[in-house]
Design a binder for this molecule. Structure first.
Ligand code: AMP
Ligand code: MG
Length: 403
């Protein structure tokens, strides 16, 4: 049996990035950039109008006012994507639509609403400020500007920005393929009828939901019976990551470890001094990694959160992959007497710079509803219980589940 910190270090030591991929920008949401993104173009690429109106020379309007408007003949129209080619910039205003090129000879745009006009001429009622309503080239982005640094996780708001600089693909860290195996003769897929002494398979769904953002492809297999051949076939697959639930305790049908090792998996550790989640198993086979998570549903959720997710974060290129629990106060009546490091869901309150933690009242590692409404995980060490000097650390779900 090893300590929690040691287990984490071993996992990180054996877990590596998978190289890079060029991905279509729309498929890159949630991926980590493997390169800085420097804009190859300026946006806007050319001088254009920010309004529908008339491009003018501001000097024409210097003297005009509401009482003494200035009438100027109207020339052709410059449309977005279809600039006017022939215009008389010394005598005629140019009709311009939003996004249309404004030729250099004009230094201001007056919106239609501020004029009175017909097909032949427009009347202006006040002076124009040089540059008004004109978007200079590079107003938003300049060519060569660094927009993103390597290691950034792309979010949904980023994809349009990549498109606006003309990128069709971006280089990101590859995400793993992952297979989830629910083991146990008793499991039934939700939606099917429960017969005999069956239960519904919760764990493969817990794991699936928690890991999906970090994976390219997730295959969920429920249920692999506790039999040698079928487990062997399930464990002997080429996925980057394999996760099992159940079958790692000391029960007579807990076969996962023996069978994994018979198909080439090499044990890194088995059993961690934590509660829940003691029988967690971790193995490698070449560059593949295997997590044997416990079957008890809360144990599976907790070990997935504290072991598997940080490993996946590291794989996909996040540098901030370690969980960083923060100190919190535990009301004395909340203190438990763990014989292993307790990592239990709970409630976290912050008031006046003070963080208080409370454990979820459910105390069984079989109670998945211990997660209901909780804010994160609360970690209590075995020390300090006798002296009444218990401090805990907390880590919110938002940090654990961050992409
Ligand atoms: P095991 O580690 O296989 O002995 O399983 C421990 C407990 O977790 C048993 O009560 C199992 O029925 C239960 N269990 C195992 N796998 C799952 C699963 N996928 N979903 C819900 N409960 C499970
Ligand atoms: Mg089992």
């Amino acid at each position: 049996m090893i300590e929690y910190d040691e287990a984490c270090e071993l996992i990180f030591k054996k877990t590596n990035q998978l190289g890079t991929d060029d991905r279509l920008i729309e498929d890159a949401i949630g991926c980590v950039l493997a390169r800085d993104i420097v804009s190859p173009i300026s946006v806007a690429p050319f001088r254009n109008s920010a309004m529908d109106g008339f491009a003018v020379r501001s000097q024409w309007l210097e003297e005009c006012s509401a009482n003494s408007p200035r009438a100027i003949p109207v020339g052709p129209t410059s449309f977005a994507g279809r600039p006017a080619l022939h215009y008389a910039a010394d005598s005629h205003a140019l009709k311009v639509m939003t996004g249309a090129r404004v030729p250099d000879e004009f230094d201001a745009v007056v919106p239609f609403e501020e004029t009175e006009y017909n097909n032949d001429e427009a009347r202006f009622f006040r002076p124009a400020v040089p540059g008004q309503h004109i978007r200079p080239p590079g107003e938003d982005i300049t060519r060569g500007q660094k927009l993103y640094t390597e290691g950034t996780t792309l979010g949904r708001l980023d994809i349009g920005i990549l498109a606006t600089i003309g990128l069709r693909t971006v280089m990101t860290y590859r995400k793993p393929s992952l297979r989830i195996i629910g083991t146990g003769d008793e499991l039934t897929d939700p939606g099917e009828e429960l017969v005999g002494d069956r239960i519904y398979d919760a764990n493969t769904f817990t794991i699936l939901s928690l890991v999906a953002p970090y994976c390219d492809r997730v295959e969920r297999i429920c249920r692999v019976p506790d039999s040698k051949e079928e487990l062997q076939e399930a464990l002997d697959s080429p996925h980057d990551v394999i996760v099992t639930s159940g079958g790692v305790s000391v029960g007579e049908r807990d076969l996962v470890i023996d069978i994994a090792e018979s198909c080439g998996w090499q044990r890194v550790f088995y059993k961690v001094r934590i509660k829940p989640g003691k029988p967690t198993y971790f193995a490698v086979r070449g560059k593949q990694i295997l997590f044997g998570l416990p079957g008890n549903p809360l144990s599976a959720a907790v070990t997935c959160s504290v072991f598997l997710i940080p490993a996946l974060k590291k794989m996909v290129g996040l540098t901030d992959y370690r969980l960083r629990p923060k100190p919190a106060d535990l009301p004395p009546e909340e203190s438990r007497k763990p014989d292993r490091k307790l990592i239990w869901p709970g409630f976290i309150r912050k008031e006046a710079g003070h963080t208080t933690a409370r454990f979820s009242p459910k105390k069984s590692s079989g109670s998945l509803t211990a997660l209901l409404g909780t804010d994160g995980l609360i970690i209590q060490d075995t020390t300090g219980v006798e002296s009444g000097d218990v401090t805990v650390k907390v880590i919110p779900w938002s940090d654990i589940l961050k992409l």
